[in-house]
Design a protein around this ligand. Structure first.
Ligand code: G3I
Length: 380
């Protein structure tokens, strides 16, 4: 990191000022060169953030995990440790050990932090799902409000963006039936996106500076789910509901990478951008049935093509993968027979996907600020 290099020079006692100046100059040239050879450095000239999901326990267990994460990525997102269940296992007890560690690590390495996630139907603790006395919607609403206020309050000014609501829609565009929506829900069962709106308003109250996202999978291209998300976004923007953007998870395989899908993804990003919203690729991974040369090549093309789309769409502000090394990926445990989904292999070696992305970043794309300035009429 440039800042670390400079800080360490700052601490040294250098007797001759010219030597100090020369050393600083050389170190900054060295940094500039090496920085352009990392994803975060090469993406910075496009004002694009490169992110990775991470677990705190691995930072100490594997120094190379920490070193690769800090070197290559400008955004860190806790993969699971900020979910309701791990931090709020009992009604009045919170445990922030894991996320605190990740946030401290990120800030020490000039990385931004993205929070994941406040309202989700998975990783909900037993005391919420199976209360001794059934919740009234008002009481459950109070639980969620307190959770959002406490968690976002703790990281105010440190976590720059949040997946406030995760996976709230069914594939047909209807609302998913969940404890938060209608079982019993926080008071808006059957009222469409009102639960999401309430969560965004509470989140905005907790940290007015944070960017607030609604995140989902299977809504990357034009389909019934992405149409429903677009309709929600349009309505929220029109009424000033604090929504900053839409997260696209992108858990895919190389099959996704065809002209029709890419055109559809581009169109979907454009219509969200036209509302003045950001779009972030939040959980990208490209799973394979085996790491043959052919498959690794197809995977590299997929990463490259998706990065190409993000690079040329100014509203696309983050290109983030769900982990970064095949050593630690959710895919083998959840998709039997698949794996090898990330840009680094299980020994932290750069894969063809990594090289293809770096090459793409060097090749060009949008270079102005992201996102472009919004018309004053738009609230966020
Ligand atoms: O940390 C515990 C460990 O103490 C325990 O011994 C072990 C026994 O099973 O479980 C460990 O926790 C697991 C955790 O991953 C860490 O490995 C949880 O059981 C397991 O459920 C959890 O899975 C995560 C999953 O979300 C559920 O939270 C995955 O890592 C994570 O990649 C996945 O991420 C989701 C996104 O949040 C939303 N979009 C889909 C994505 C993939 O499913």
């Amino acid at each position: 990191m440039g800042s670390r290099v400079q800080k360490s020079y700052g601490k040294r006692r250098v007797s001759c000022p010219w030597i100090a100046v020369a050393a600083l100059l050389l170190s900054s040239i060295g940094f500039a060169q090496s920085s352009d050879q990392t994803l975060r450095g090469a993406a910075a000239k496009h004002d694009l953030l490169m992110g990775a999901a991470a677990y705190s326990t691995r930072l100490d267990e594997e120094p190379i995990y920490a070193e690769t994460l800090a070197r290559e990525y400008s955004v860190l997102e806790p993969e699971s440790e900020l979910k309701f269940d791990p931090i709020h296992l009992q009604p009045s007890t919170y445990n922030f050990d894991g996320p605190d560690k990740l946030v401290a690590f990120a800030l020490a390495h000039s990385m931004k932090v993205r929070g994941h996630t406040l309202v989700w139907h998975e990783q909900v603790p037993v005391w919420v799902l199976y209360p001794k006395t059934p919740w009234t919607p008002a009481a459950l609403g109070q639980v969620l409000h307190d959770h959002i206020a406490t968690v976002m309050g703790r990281y105010k000014g440190k976590i720059y963006a949040w997946d406030v609501v995760n996976e709230a829609f069914n594939d047909d565009g209807s609302m998913r039936s969940t404890v938060w929506y209608d079982k019993p829900g926080i008071g808006y069962a059957g009222e469409g996106t009102k639960t999401i709106e309430q969560a965004l308003r509470w989140a905005h109250e907790a940290d007015p500076q944070a960017k607030l996202f609604v995140n989902d999978y299977g809504a990357e291209i034009l389909n019934r789910k992405s149409d429903a998300i677009y309709a929600m976004a349009k309505d929220f923007v029109a009424r000033g509901v604090p929504l900053s953007g839409i997260g696209m998870q992108l858990h895919i395989s190389p099959d996704f990478d065809d002209l029709e899908n890419l055109a559809s993804l581009r169109q979907n990003i454009r219509r969200l951008a036209a509302l003045g919203l950001e779009v972030q690729f939040t959980e990208l991974d490209v799973k394979l049935p085996n790491p043959s040369g052919f498959n690794l090549g197809a995977q590299a093309d997929t990463y490259k093509d998706l990065l190409g789309i993000c690079l040329t769409q100014p509203a696309c502000t983050l290109f983030q993968t769900w982990g970064f090394t095949d050593r630690h990926s959710w895919i083998p445990a959840y998709s039997k027979g698949y794996g090898w989904a990330l840009p680094f292999d299980e020994n932290y070696q750069k894969k063809p996907a990594y090289n293809a992305m770096l090459k793409k970043l060097h090749a060009g794309g949008h270079t102005g600020p992201r996102p472009p300035a919004r018309p004053a009429s738009q609230s966020r």
